[in-house]
Design a protein. Structure first.
Length: 293
């Protein structure tokens, strides 16, 4: 049966696709989630084929629809977007669905059931939800990518991909209900998180996004061109290194963070002294760099 609450632009024939999902909002620190899927959509030339109706899931006084007016003429209104794309894999046994949406403000269960309905409709092989979070990790260390799964057998998939199985108790993003409803329907699902250094509060972080996309590509056995993303990552790294080389306070801060991280790893619990000022200084520096560009 065709899923409800979805508007189809077309209904492609797909071969047991994987589904990769990203959500604007709480699980999208530094646009790791939405940046990763946007890059995949662009590089794969994925085709938009459907949208989830937004009426039931958002407070439009807080997330407002947008309009385009030209010389007094208003063109069709744009509602908060939850868009679905497909890609036919010419070399592998499975095609791909990519979902780019906005974490809902209400009716979470209904929202994830719509996604699960779509996954079931297309006999989806596995659902991968992508997220980004801020963490006390120095940018000079290997990017940390963690994950969780909705069935025990999938732990091995994480470990083979070099994704750290995480332990956590606390508030959930939309990933939690999505993995839960997928488990009830016996659809394997994975939640993957790129950990962003907490002191780099840039609008986006291509360094972490690059490593996150690498993991997704490995899980999907995709040969994805990462050149553009790598150049952006190298550019940000160069800017940060330049800033730190010219600022003694930042060098001390970074050294302290590195020592603490190397000693305690994931157990770090205290931000180095002066963190708030460092965050502000890096934000200001990156903003100035954007204006110069």
């Amino acid at each position: 049966m065709e899923p409800s609450n979805i508007v189809f632009l077309e209904q492609p024939a797909l071969r047991q696709p994987d589904l990769v999902a990203a959500f604007i909002g709480w699980p999208d620190a530094a646009q790791i989630s939405t940046g990763a899927v946007a890059y995949m959509i662009k590089k794969l030339s994925a085709v938009k084929f459907a949208e989830i109706k937004s009426d039931d899931y958002y407070d439009f006084a807080k997330i407002r629809p947008s309009i385009n007016v030209e010389n007094g003429m208003m063109w069709p209104i744009s509602m908060p977007a939850n868009s679905l794309y497909y890609w036919h894999n010419p070399e592998g046994p499975r095609d791909l669905i990519i979902f780019s949406g906005i974490e809902p403000q209400m009716r979470w269960q209904s929202y994830v059931e719509v996604i699960a309905d779509l996954a079931g409709y297309y006999n989806t092989h596995c659902v991968y939800a992508v997220g980004g979070l801020y963490d006390r990790i120095p940018h000079t260390r290997e990017t940390r990518i963690s994950g969780l799964v909705n069935e025990q057998a999938m732990i091995e998939v994480l470990e083979k991909a070099g994704i750290e199985p995480v332990s956590y108790t606390g508030p959930s993003s939309i990933h939690g209900p999505l993995l839960s409803v997928c488990a009830m329907r016996r659809i394997p699902a994975v939640s993957i998180w790129g950990h962003v250094p907490f002191y780099i509060r840039a609008e986006s972080n291509p360094m972490v996004c690059l490593e996150t996309v690498k993991k997704i590509a490995a899980l999907l056995a995709l040969d994805l061109d990462l050149g553009d993303l790598k150049r952006s990552a190298d550019s940000l790294c160069g800017i940060l290194n330049k800033l730190i080389s010219e600022n003694e306070q930042m060098r001390i801060f970074l050294r302290s963070l590195e020592e603490q991280y190397d000693l305690d790893g994931n157990a770090i619990g205290v931000e180095p002294e002066g963190s708030e000022q460092i965050i502000k200084d890096i934000e200001d520096f990156l903003r100035d760099q954007r204006h110069e560009d």
